[in-house]
Design a binder for this molecule. Structure first.
Ligand SMILES: [Zn+2]
Length: 326
């Protein structure tokens, strides 16, 4: 019998013995819940009683879902978690059953700042994210982005600088970059500061951001890191009032329209995902018998793997089951 893979509410893998794994599901109803990382689109809405996840992801979930029941952290004899290099605490799941299954979750193989890139193990069946799964997405080296960002910040002189990014992952990278760029103060929102405290504790690092009491304190020479979703309303007033320069960092900044669409003064290419060449390299290193792709350019990436690399590759479509036969 073959395992059955379904992509719908998260990823479901039904092992030949009948055991059901629900990974990154909002309503995990399998026998085993796996949570790869604490980004909102991978974290449950209805908490399972227990989950296979890293201690850091569990503590980050506790901050993000304050006041809700927190699933117990359990281990599973068939599931090994490997550092996925995406955000603090993120893990890929290597499942040892009739054959080995590797589910990457969101993944980056690139070392950057305090994060080590994913080191792909070999597996029979690979289920890989493909956010940037077309050849247009090739990211510059981190050192180049660091230098360009530092120069841009320096060129702003005394103007406050406001940087936008996800509260988990990007915000901490921005703090790191801004510390190198030598700003008077690096201020962060309360949501970011709460996550920083957990990350500092687990990874034994020190992040330079200080929680601001009120945005009224933002002045010349300061830098401010805010969650991207806060654009609009009071943030626009703040930019207007202080004359702040704004920047965003994302893999999507490869597209020239990125900063215009978001009304930013500058955009820099920095991602917590693999770019296209890194995705191809990841697949080669896992060297699976079958590949399933999900998220972003899943169809195009599967077609590329099939055509150019000779893999048995399939894009997972929502609510369609696939037998992992080959
Ligand atoms: Zn993510």
């Amino acid at each position: 019998m073959d395992g059955r893979i379904t992509y719908g509410d998260g990823l479901r893998i039904e092992l030949p013995g009948g055991e059901r794994i629900a990974a990154d599901a909002s309503h995990p109803d399998g026998d085993v819940a796996v949570v790869t990382h604490a980004h909102g689109d991978h974290l449950y809405r209805q908490p399972p009683a227990a989950a296979v996840w890293s201690p850091l992801t569990r503590d980050l979930a506790d901050v993000r879902r304050e006041g809700e029941a927190l699933p117990e952290r359990v281990e599973h004899p068939r599931i090994e978690l490997r550092d996925a290099g995406h955000v603090p605490g993120s893990r890929a799941a290597l499942i040892d059953a009739d054959r080995t299954y590797l589910y990457t979750g969101d993944v980056s193989t690139r070392d950057r700042f305090y994060l080590e890139g994913f080191d792909p193990p070999s597996a029979d069946v690979l289920i890989v994210e493909s956010t940037y799964g077309t050849p247009d997405y090739e990211f510059p080296p981190v050192a180049e982005v660091r230098a360009a960002f530092g120069q841009w910040v320096a060129a702003q002189g005394d103007r406050p600088v406001i940087c936008f990014g996800y509260a988990l992952g990007r915000a901490q990278e921005l703090e790191w970059l801004l510390a190198e760029a030598d700003r008077d103060r690096i201020l962060v929102s309360e949501a970011i500061a709460d996550l920083d405290a957990v990350i500092e504790d687990h990874l034994e690092i020190s992040l330079p951001g200080e929680r601001y009491e009120s945005v009224d304190e933002v002045g010349p020479g300061d830098a401010l890191v805010l969650p991207a979703r806060l654009r609009g309303s009071w943030v626009d007033d703040l930019i207007e009032r202080t004359g702040a320069a704004t920047a965003g960092l994302s893999g999507w900044a490869v597209d020239s329209g990125y900063r215009f669409a978001r009304g930013l003064d500058a955009g820099f290419v920095l991602s917590d995902h693999c770019d296209f060449p890194e995705l191809v390299d990841l697949v080669r290193r896992v060297d699976p018998e079958a590949v399933y792709t999900l998220h972003g350019s899943a169809g195009e990436f599967a077609a590329h793997l099939q055509r150019e690399e000779g893999y048995d590759a399939t894009a997972l479509k929502r609510n369609q089951s696939r037998l992992s036969q080959f």
